[in-house]
Write a protein that binds this ligand. Sequence first.
Ligand code: HEM
Length: 415
Amino acid sequence: MNAQKSEVAQDFSYDPFDPAVMADPLPYYRTLRDRRPVYYLEKWDTYAISRFADIWRVLEINDGTFVASEGTLPAATVLATHNDGPVPDPPLHPMPFHANFDAPIYDTVRRCTSPPLRPKPVGKLADRIRTLANERLDELLARGSFDLTQDYGGIVAASVVCELLGLPVDLAPDVLATVNVGSLAQPGSGVEVANARPGYLEYLIPIVQRSRASAGTNPVADNLIGYRLPDGSAFNDIEAATQMLGIFIGGTETVPKIVAHGLWELGRRPDQLAAVRADLDANVPVVREEMIRYCAPAQWFARTVRKPFTLHDTTIRPGQRVITLLASANRDEREYDDPDSFVWDRRIERLLAFGRGQHFCMGVHLARLEIGILVTEWLKRVSDWHVDHDAASRPPSSFQWGWNSVPVEVHVAGV
Ligand code: HEM
């Protein structure tokens, strides 16, 4: 038995861009956590870190040891180049997304885009999100069958992004479709976010141009236009628009997948569904956290190491990278009992689904609010639903491995 186990360990190999890993990474993560918690990927000169406690420790370090100077989501083409030493921050122009910089540029640009995502302004969106959710339900429940990911949460989340960024809300279906296409990963190479950007920027550049012509209606664009880099220079239209990509992409793609997958998991466990329904106000915030842990689609984020760092006797050198496997942390049995089971009221003392430390998700308050409202309004209005398992799809991905399409048939309360 032991000999067999060590054979498995010797034969084992993990590569985030391997088509088999992209199709279902979870078994790989278990082996990594158990046997190779700091796993070296020679081809990419990168270490994969898979245990919750290790990722928790790495991400809390905020002294320039780990910087996303090659991007938080580098494609294979970037990782294929091996660095001789520390990678400096990118040149100031053309300015990439702020996350590629360390402080102070990182923090000061983040402060330009974060104001509408702080708890107070987000709290004021609750009524609007509830209205959007119910408008969708009016239409979808009359239809009877639809796609729970795209047609419900997808349109609501994209509508909120449009309103946050000052785009007409009737562009929501187009925004959703654009982000969906841009997030598709190619086996062997990952997500080529750079190729998707021209499509995204078509929406975002006009927002900057409108604010230049007439300030005062869009605080995010106004902040970015007024921002000055340490050399005194300002952003051009493309650079300012690029800083809005986080809201555009982050705000659109994750919440719908979590809501659809989460409702699917809850719906197939009648006891848990009944327990949640018993008191929606008290219980939805609880089941929401389990939906986020269990269903969050982002697999990993990268950092390039700038100072030597030692983890489990392995010293990672400047210029090498780490990928923090957040999706593995969510299923780590050292942190959560029976982690592959969906348990609506499990104890979740710590969560890494939103990241941690410097790059902690800017949209966390909005995400929690949207998921809570979308789940609550659904449970209020839909007495019973049936997911077409065979037609649901979760495309292989190294980035967002989530249920893009969840066809559902509904039975409306009281009908
Ligand atoms: C449940 C839904 C969401 C999850 C699980 C999630 C998860 C994450 C994670 C793990 C990161 C950290 C990436 C890293 O460490 O490199 C992140 C960053 C980010 N998220 Fe989210 N996110 C969600 C929703 C949102 C929403 C609704 C928005 C905006 C409206 C958003 C905007 C951002 C931005 C702008 C960043 C980049 C932060 C930075 O590097 O400065 N996210 N998100």
